[in-house]
Design a protein around this ligand. Structure first.
Ligand SMILES: CC(C)(COP(=O)(O)OP(=O)(O)OC[C@H]1O[C@@H](n2cnc3c(N)ncnc32)[C@H](O)[C@@H]1OP(=O)(O)O)[C@@H](O)C(=O)NCCC(=O)NCCS
Length: 179
């Protein structure tokens, strides 16, 4: 398995992976919602605010993660959000998701990113270092329908100070249906 960054020439393949994976796990409506979300992320997010990592085996796409910028107006630390993540249905539970996430986090750390958040199942994301955070600790950019799924981790040694002020996400994430 190898990890590839970016999405040039692979945009449609990535969108299809997310539609298929989320349709299988959560139904066709969710598949369409997440497919539109990742297409929008790739089409509208400035390059410096988006990292995309994919796992490949012999040119077959097995999984993909998106990391986009979250801006805290009164905090000069750099924050990214991991969302969404998909692993091909017939290859799930073989470690690909965790490998991809750890690879993406390592890249963020090397790029000087200070803190990363995500929004999902705490049981799954705790396997890659995330822990639950409150909205007093870090405000979410939109209203959380599932506050228990608001998770984060510091990428710089032991800096667990709360993030100050209101936050803004990239335009593709600025959709209440995703929160
Ligand atoms: C969630 C997902 C990304 C996990 O990737 P994966 O490659 O299957 O997971 P891994 O092999 O890295 O990790 C497997 C472990 O996580 C657990 N796990 C997998 N999916 C889980 C989920 N949705 N909730 C809780 N735990 C989960 C497994 O039980 C397993 O636990 P174990 O190591 O204790 O046995 C993948 O299953 C997927 O694409 N699901 C559909 C889309 C989705 O829900 N994406 C996440 C929200 S953005």
């Amino acid at each position: 398995m190898e990890f590839r960054s970016g999405y040039a020439t692979r945009q449609q393949q990535i969108v299809e992976l997310f539609i298929e994976t989320f349709s299988a796990s959560e139904g066709a409506d969710e598949g369409r919602l997440i497919g539109d979300f990742v297409r929008n992320l790739m089409e509208t997010t400035p390059d410096e605010e988006l990292f995309v990592w994919s796992a490949y085996e012999n040119d077959a796409l097995l999984g993909c993660i998106f990391l986009s910028r979250l801006t805290y107006d009164h905090d000069d630390r750099t924050v990214f959000i991991l969302s969404p993540v998909a692993v091909k249905t017939d290859r799930q539970k073989t470690g690909i998701g965790q490998h991809l996430i750890l690879h993406g986090l390592d890249h963020l750390r090397k790029a000087g990113v200070d803190f990363v958040v995500t929004y999902g199942d705490p049981n799954y994301y705790s396997k890659t270092g995330f822990h639950q955070i409150s909205e007093e600790f870090a405000q979410a950019p939109l209203k959380l329908s599932f506050p228990d799924g608001w998770l984060g981790q510091s990428l710089t040694n032991h800096d667990e100070r709360s993030l100050i002020g209101a936050s803004r996400c990239v335009p593709a994430l600025n959709n209440q249906e995703l929160w």
